[in-house]
Structure formats: structure tokens, C-alpha cells
Write a protein that binds this ligand. Structure first.
Ligand code: MG
Ligand code: MG
Length: 258
């Protein structure tokens, strides 16, 4: 069932999403070689609770962390732990908050130290593909238009688009209808209408698109162990132009300061 949100509800969703954006910035400040991913998780949880919200991921289907932290060949759903970040790692931070009953869900992939040019480009182009998807997430278009926009942008560089994991509606629950794949055909799928709120989240691989699930039951890794990038925004569908509810402002401030 697809929910259509009132302006008032969209405002509440924006508040939750902005808190995620601030949390991503806070976490980003601490990304450096030698830091354990569990330490990033702790500071995110504290930051979220200090702002009157709860971490949406904690306990979600049994997930132990407040963040999903996925390093290098890990695509998504990495569990925070004792791994110490190294120079040259890329670190996807996926964060969710519940604030006043509404969920924010956004992700950013950071660089830790000196990252090879080839991988930096993967990050840049994956982020670009997210905005390509957002550009066509307008009333009257269809979900397939979003997938097509993301896919056609990244495949020109020979990257892979993960098929098994998709974006989604977001509202009072983290995962609502419809599903929003990062691949597709133009003019197909669910019709987009004013008031739909979607999490669009390209998961793009430097090598092949195939993934495997690790034995921890959560972590999704590329089968060929090549790096993957992940960026996610929450948006409200409008006529003419989507409204981006989350923000990379804080994450980008950190990245640009390194
Ligand atoms: Mg997410
Ligand atoms: Mg999501």
C-alpha cells in the first residue's frame, strides 16, 4: 500500500531526514585511519538520542547497530565492529532515525585518507546517478524512470547496478511501498504522484553487479570483491521537481575539509 503524505507529514519526515544528515556529518568528522567502526556507531547513537530521536536501524529485524557501515567491497548492511579503518578505505554510512514517529533514511560514502582515483570516480558518479534519479522523480513519471536514469548514468562507465537491493517508500515505517529499483525501463512501473515519499539509493559496483551475503547474516558484499558505493536521499514527489528532504550538506562539508 502506497501512502500519500500531507505537507505536515512531509515536514516531519524532513525533520527526521535532516537529523540523519547531521548525523552523517558528525560521523564523517571521525572517519580516519585507526578508528573502529563500532566507535562511529556509538557516537551516532548518542548524537541521535541527544536530538530526541531513536536510531531506526537498531533492533530492526535484529540488526545490532545504529548505523550500517560498509567498507570497500561491502555494499550495504555492514555491522559496526572492531574493524579499524585504513588509509584508502571507502566507508558507506547508512543511517536511520525515528523522530516524532517519522523515519529518515539516508546514506553517504566517505573516503578515509587517500583513495585511488578510480574509486573516487565511482563515488562521484554514484552520487551523480542519485541526482539523475531524483530529477525524474516527479508526479506523472513512473518508478521505472528513476531506475532508468540511475542505471543509464552509471553503466556508461562500465559499473554494475545491484539488483537485489532497492530503494523504497519511507514514512512511519522505514520500508514502505513502492520498491524503487536502481535499474529499469522508462515509462514502466508504479506511477509517481504528489505526496509520495521515497528513499532513492543507488548501490553501484566498480566491477560486476553480483553480490553475496556474508555469514554474519547481514553484510552484503560484491562477489568479485571490488568496491561498491552507496548514496541515499529521501525525497517527496512533487509536480515539476522533487523535494529533497535529507541533506548531504554536513557530510560534504566534512569531505571538502579533508
Ligand atoms: Mg538507508
Ligand atoms: Mg533505505
Amino acid at each position: 500500500m502506497i501512502h500519500f503524505r500531507t505537507d505536515n507529514e512531509i515536514e516531519l519526515l524532513r525533520q527526521a531526514a535532516l537529523l540523519v544528515g547531521k548525523t552523517l556529518g558528525e560521523v564523517g568528522k571521525h572517519i580516519r585511519p585507526g578508528v573502529r567502526t563500532i566507535d562511529l556507531d556509538k557516537l551516532a547513537e548518542e548524537f541521535i538520542r541527544d536530538h530526541g530521536a531513536t536510531p531506526a536501524f537498531k533492533g530492526y529485524e535484529g540488526f545490532p547497530g545504529s548505523l550500517c557501515i560498509s567498507v570497500n567491497e561491502q555494499v550495504v548492511h555492514g555491522i559496526p565492529g572492531n574493524y579499524e579503518l585504513r588509509d584508502g578505505d571507502i566507508v558507506s554510512i547508512d543511517c536511520g532515525t525515528v523522530l516524532n514517529g517519522y523515519v529518515g533514511d539516508s546514506a553517504y560514502t566517505f573516503c578515509c585518507g587517500e583513495v585511488p582515483e578510480e574509486v573516487r570516480l565511482l563515488l562521484k558518479r554514484t552520487k551523480e546517478s542519485l541526482y539523475k534519479g531524483i530529477e525524474v522523480a516527479v508526479a506523472g513519471n513512473r518508478v521505472g524512470d528513476i531506475g532508468y536514469a540511475v542505471q543509464s548514468h552509471v553503466e556508461q562507465f562500465g559499473y554494475g547496478v545491484v539488483r537485489e537491493l532497492v530503494g523504497h517508500g519511507v514514512g512511519r515505517k522505514m520500508h514502505e511501498d513502492p520498491q524503487v529499483p536502481n535499474y529499469g525501463k522508462r515509462g514502466t512501473g508504479v506511477k509517481l504522484n504528489e505526496g509520495m515519499v521515497l528513499a532513492i539509493e543507488p548501490m553501484i559496483t566498480l566491477g560486476k553487479k553480483e553480490i553475496v551475503q556474508e555469514r554474519d547474516g547481514w553484510t552484503i558484499t560484491t562477489r568479485d570483491r571490488k568496491p561498491a558505493a552507496h548514496f541515499e536521499h529521501d525525497i517527496a514527489v512533487r509536480h515539476g521537481k522533487a523535494e529533497i528532504l535529507s541533506s548531504f550538506e554536513w557530510a560534504e562539508a566534512v569531505e571538502n575539509n579533508k
